[in-house]
Unconditional design. Structure first.
Length: 520
């Protein structure tokens, strides 16, 4: 198992991620560290890193390098971005890091930074086959990337980072109208030229990532709901919401900004130019909403490291969909009974498809059912007793990237009710879901209970099934052996189905019947 520490020396912050690469070339993050050192403060006016900023940064880098090595992370991949690559004394700073810490820091170009950011984004959310525009607003630069789930097609690195714009244009607080006008003109000029150079002019969606995007989203979410975010990844914010925060920041003094709920005090002077970049990009592309991601260059570095050890990650070849891939990762880490889980998923989705006229659910709900079926027995990793409850806990508290927090909660509840007690609104996990989601859990749990029962022996005795919708609802089973145990078990698990669909269910056997896609 490879241990990897990733150190990102940014213009605004220094981050470190400690990760372990699994034998199947997936990875898990064990710890994260961050310190907002503001290395780039003043650097874009003078073209030099200040002594004070370098001293702050060196102290943090020494601490993080020592911490990583004490934890057994001898392989440390370190990169530096725009502040260091543009400073006249950037080379001296890199040499001093090497002298004090023995770290070899790679100063990446804007194009390489964009490639690494895109790697992180592509593996954290399910991008479509259509072009997506990704924007990362850092302290010194803005990276714009176009690509889909397969690869990045084009990228531009713009000199529009939030610290740079603050230093060059916002010399008074609050800024004057003239300052804001010049800043807007600079943003517009660079965005216009960058978008002109992209071959693709229409984008399926707009995705933002970076600490600036995260803090802007936190402020918006608090204004929208009055509650802090539970999950950043896949949260959506609108152009109007960004405009509202931009207006608030424009007219507020530094002291007033510090009182804005959710605003990071260390970003009180830089969030305004960042918000202006996001809003201006949405104006130019015509997008009314933006999806926010929580993975970027650091995760991209991990994937880049893995790729250099294998041309293509084996699991990515098997499972191109990031949602499905992370479900399977979790199942494998929990040593799930693969043959049984796969067969239960097959039977559950067959039941789903053939009862569509009753439940009226769609492809996304079918996906949730399949994922719950694949994960329903992972609770055995903890204990066979109450393993359905252990499965709920493992699913809920795992990093299933590509799935929203609400989707993870739904899938965890479906798996939780594959056996034993029926769902009740008083159950804590179910109670926190909205009514529509609770109804979906009831329907999908009812199908999973029966599918699991129909593989009670775990020998795939029930090879396939066919549903005749009526009263009673008849399920005709194709068998490869004696099905008495499975039928008995299914009858005992039919209680939730009959309650949800308000009709009895009967099981009967028949000779094999043709069906496309049935495993041989």
């Amino acid at each position: 198992m490879a241990k990897l520490a990733v150190l990102d020396i940014g213009t605004n912050s220094i981050h470190m991620v400690l990760a372990e690469v699994e034998p199947d070339f997936s990875y898990k993050v064990l710890d994260r560290f961050k310190d907002m050192t503001r290395l780039g403060d003043g650097a874009f006016k003078t073209r030099r890193l200040s002594e004070a900023a370098m001293t702050r940064a060196l102290e943090v880098i020494r601490t993080l390098a020592t911490l990583a090595r004490n934890k057994g992370y001898d392989r440390i991949k370190a990169v530096a971005t725009s502040a260091v690559r543009e400073a006249k004394n950037g080379g001296e700073f890199i040499e001093e890091i090497a002298r004090q810490t023995k770290l070899r820091v790679r100063v990446v170009t804007g194009q390489e930074e964009a490639r690494l950011i895109y790697l992180g984004v592509r593996h954290s959310m399910d991008l479509s086959d259509q072009p997506t525009l990704v924007v990362d607003v850092g302290g010194g630069s803005v990276e714009l990337m176009v690509g889909n789930r397969e690869a990045m097609a084009q990228a531009q690195s713009l000199k529009l980072g939030a610290i740079r714009l603050k230093d060059l244009y916002l010399r008074q607080d609050p800024p004057t109208k003239a300052m804001l006008k010049k800043l807007q003109q600079a943003i517009d000029a660079q965005l216009k030229e960058a978008l002109r150079q992209f071959k693709t002019k229409q984008f399926d969606r707009l995705v933002a990532t970076s600490g600036m995007a995260a803090n802007l989203t936190e402020v918006i979410y608090l204004r929208r709901t009055g509650r802090p975010m539970t999950q950043l990844n896949l949260t959506r914010i609108t152009r109007k919401e960004i405009q509202a925060v931009e207006s608030l920041l424009t007219h507020a003094s530094f002291k007033d900004r510090l009182a804005i709920p959710g605003l990071d005090p260390k970003r009180a002077d830089t969030l305004l130019p960042a918000a202006m970049v996001f809003r201006s990009l949405m104006d130019r592309t015509g997008h009314e909403q933006m999806t926010v991601g929580d993975k970027a260059i650091r995760e991209g570095l991990i994937y880049d490291f893995i790729a250099r050890h294998k041309d293509r990650i084996r699991t990515e070849q098997e499972i191109p969909n990031v949602r499905r891939r992370n479900v399977v990762y979790l199942a494998r880490r929990c040593h799930y009974p693969q043959v049984h889980a796969d067969h239960v998923a097959f039977l559950a989705t067959r039941l789903f498809d053939q009862t569509a006229t009753l439940h009226g659910l769609g492809e996304r709900e079918r996906e949730w059912l399949e994922y719950a079926a694949l994960l329903h027995d992972i609770g055995y990793l903890i204990n066979s007793r109450q393993h359905h409850k252990h499965a709920y806990y493992l699913i809920k508290h795992s990093d299933l990237y590509g799935l929203t927090a609400d989707e993870v909660e739904i899938i965890a509840n479906i798996a939780r009710y594959h056996r034993r007690a029926l769902p009740r609104d008083t159950h804590a996990g179910l109670a926190q879901l909205p009514p529509k989601s609770r109804k979906t859990v009831l329907i999908l749990s009812a199908l999973l209970r029966i599918a699991d029962a129909l593989d009670r022996s775990q020998f795939s005795v029930i090879q396939d099934l066919r549903v005749s919708v009526g009263e009673p609802l008849r399920v005709t089973l194709t068998t490869g052996g004696d099905p008495e145990l499975e039928i008995w078990s299914a009858r005992n698990r039919a209680d939730l189905f009959e309650k949800v669909f308000k009709r009895p269910i009967q099981f009967e056997t028949a000779a094999s019947f043709p069906h496309e896609g049935v495993p041989a």
